[in-house]
Design a protein around this ligand. Structure first.
Ligand code: NDP
Length: 298
């Protein structure tokens, strides 16, 4: 039976370190990390995510600001708010919760955020730095960054000689994940919906990352004996056994069968999810340290 990688605990460890470093930064320089979270509209899932990000920022001792805009907010108004936040010296990180309403061009909004405050790591400058392996001044997207810390717990920082397969090629998870694994010296393959014989490819992986968005797609017999499995997926499926209309969360990996073969595996929930929010706090702290001209925590 695989070791279960405890992302909740790892996320708490990261947040505790961030809170300590944040307090030290305030003491040394008077600079308090500031995070602005912007949400447009009333999507219930987004509301929950945004509330938990703002709460975690406060727990880390940050200056935490939330801007809640109406669903029909014009794009120009949102862009004007981003400009204001870009110019606000008390704000070191700007996060615009996605998805945005259809009348707003998300790409344009993301590119309007100053790369120096782009704690989600979605601005092309930060995407390019990650692609070029310039990690010391980049902001790395939070979910892959958190996944890497979990992998580090098992394998250390150097993945030389290990084969990694990332299933999923999104700009938010799959591609940055692959770049991080490559930067750590793994031999990386990216798979997607057009990949031939995915089960056989997955069985070559010493490190298998699933970021697909399809409930329990990766089966136990796709997993190499002893592999490390990181399940990024968050899927809500009906759970009639819990009562009528009830649901539960599952990952992109069939946990029970995969855990029989893996050496280590992340659960859903309690794996990658808690790391994502912790890494957002870490990125905001790093941004504040850069703006104060001091070295951030390693
Ligand atoms: P996207 O929908 O943007 O990308 C999904 C990727 O999976 C695509 O590259 C797609 O391929 C690939 N794919 C889809 N179907 C198959 C298939 N049958 N076989 C192989 N590949 C397939 O999703 P995201 O990357 O944004 O998210 C992935 C999952 O991670 C979701 O469950 C999401 O909820 C979760 N997530 C979790 C986070 C966390 O904090 N833990 C944060 C962000 C996301 P193609 O490109 O060819 O279409």
């Amino acid at each position: 039976m695989a070791e279960i990688i405890d992302g909740k605990r790892a996320g708490e460890d990261v947040a505790a370190k961030v809170a300590k470093a944040s307090a030290e930064l305030v003491d040394r320089t008077g600079v308090k990390p500031g995070l602005a979270v912007v949400i447009v509209g009333e999507d219930p899932a987004s509301q929950v995510y945004v509330a938990s990000k703002s709460r975690k920022a406060r727990e880390c001792g940050f200056h935490s600001v939330q801007h809640t805009l109406a669903e029909d907010t014009p794009e120009a108004e949102l862009l004007a708010l981003i400009d204001t936040l870009n110019a606000d010296a008390a704000i070191h990180g700007i996060l615009v919760q996605l998805p945005l309403p259809a009348h707003i061009d998300s790409g344009k909004v993301i590119q309007a955020i100053s790369p120096d405050k782009d704690v989600d790591g979605f601005h092309f400058i930060n995407v390019g730095k990650l692609g070029a392996g310039v990690l010391d001044t980049a902001f790395v997207p939070c979910t892959p960054a958190g996944s890497m810390l979990l992998i580090e717990r098992i394998h250390g920082r150097d993945l030389s000689g290990l084969n990694a397969v990332v299933v999923g090629r999104s700009n938010i998870v799959g591609k940055p994940m692959a770049n991080l694994l490559l930067a750590a010296n793994a031999t990386v393959t990216i798979a997607h919906s057009r990949t031939k014989d995915l089960p056989a490819l997955c069985r070559t992986a010493d490190i298998l990352v699933a970021a697909v968005g399809r409930p329990e797609m990766v089966k136990g017999d796709w997993v190499k004996e002893g592999a490390t499995v990181v399940d990024v997926g968050i899927n809500r499926i009906p759970a009639p056994e819990k009562g009528e209309g009830k649901s539960r969360l599952v990952g992109d990996v069939e946990f029970a069968s995969a855990a029989q073969r893996a050496g280590a595996i992340t659960p859903v929930p309690g794996g990658v999810g808690p790391m994502t929010i912790a890494m957002l706090m870490a990125n905001t702290l790093v941004s504040a340290c850069r703006s104060a001209g001091v070295e951030g925590p390693k």
